[in-house]
Ligand binder design. Sequence first.
Ligand SMILES: [Zn+2]
Ligand SMILES: [Zn+2]
Length: 566
Amino acid sequence: MSEQVKVTFHGGLGDIGRNCATVETEDAMLVLDCGVLFPSEERPGVDFVLPDLSYIFERAEKVVGCITTHGHEDHIGALPHLLREVPTAIHGSPFTLGLARRRVKEAKLEHRAEWRPLADGEQRKIGSFSCEFIPVTHSVPGGLISAIGTPQGIILHSSDFKLDRNPVDDRHTDLARISTLASSPGIRLLLADSTNADMAGSTASESEIGPAIAEVLATNQGRRIVVACFASHLHRVQQVVDAAVRDNRMVATLGMSMQRNVRLGRDLGIIHIPEESFVSIEESDYLAPEELCVLSTGSQAEPRSSLATAAAGDNRWIKLGEDDTVVLSAHPIPGNEAAVANMINRLMELGAKVVHAGALHTSGHGKRDELAELHAAASPEWFVPVHGELRHMLAHADLAEVRGMNPERVILARDGDQVVLSDKGLHLNSKVTPGDYLLVNGKIVDIDRGMLRERRKLRDEGVIAVSVLLRSGEADLSAVDVFVESRGWLDEPERSRCEEQVEEAVLDIVVRFLSNFSESASASELDEGDMEELDYQIRRAAGKRVRAITGRRPVVIPIVHRMPRD
Ligand SMILES: [Zn+2]
Ligand SMILES: [Zn+2]
């Protein structure tokens, strides 16, 4: 009998983001990715969301290393959170490690990690796991499929992938190697990317974008071109550069992450920009519009990004106007559509032409035909869909079953679940860890215990503070002052008028409440129960009046002060 192997999912099974899993034997644990989730409208004011790593922290002494499959934030962004508790070795391709290292350095945790670059096809023992890393195509260079050798056979993790037949850097997905492993020794368990599992067909090759960009340049002669794309998407960057150089333009980068990633890519030999075609953005004002192509961040209209600030007219380096054609070479990520549309309007108000046709972008994730090909090559004994919302994972499970896989061998797991591989097969242990969402608010990391509900209410309805001062002078409670102050509720002059009306309603209820007590009672004699009751009545009276005037339900905060007897 062989030792059993546990695979625990800490994030990424239910959302696209915060991907993190562990593969574990009795005495060793391997971490597989450690990423963040970017918050949607549902989480206002949250910087980002981390996976709950408490399960790993409780077993820190077993951790033998962390594999980073590629350099996207949803796979590397939470490394500081891991390293703060568990110093360990990080394995990944040179470009992945370059991006990860920057993130870790910013968190001042570089001394907690060892960096172990991986070559394509490399075999490496990590702790007791014999691993092999297979090149795969995606929307960032250096993606790796991990074949993790365990006492229960090979666990194959697809990483984020598409099967690009014509990759820009000619680095192909090595499906043949997967087929070889599948025939001997066989793939025990497949964990595969579900992002586009509900989409038929195949994703277009990245190399189809180059000609579309060249076409934009050809039809925009005499104008400055600004192309916004993801800063880690260096194959896109390369194609923009190639088109620009052919059009006799100089190339400049705009935005910190674009500048740094292009430098890293050039240093690693991943992208090639002829020295004579490269100009810094600071020096680029001397060029005529038709002589320049700018590569910019901000394709998602992120508030502080270069393109968003340029659209608002306050970018330090570039003023956009009638001489500019702005190319958005990325689809808005779900949740960013409105912000992107808004940015396009602002760019157009400045007089710029904006191009954002579908032919200027392609996904980094394979659709159903590509997923089917991976399943065919791997022909796994067991399958768990990963990297997706529930709808994507269900579509992926369906695909495996349509291909003829026994439905009992397709296991649907969620964040916090664990699957255990033993001689008997695979079984699911639900919720071995809570899989909580850890919210990063500035410097504070916390689990949501109702705070977001409160914040959404503040966002949607505003807040009213009702402050009541009970003066107990000689011997009576009747000297009462009420002040109402609101935020995010109404604009002037309605605001003052409504505040006054709320003040009246509250004064009325407080006086009526106090009339239950004897004339000679003093405010300091109201006990805790009385104060709670008073709070409740103030909130109710204020809320009722506010609703009557405006039909809205802002948050009401009563604050009662008691002035002690002299
Ligand atoms: Zn991903
Ligand atoms: Zn990715």
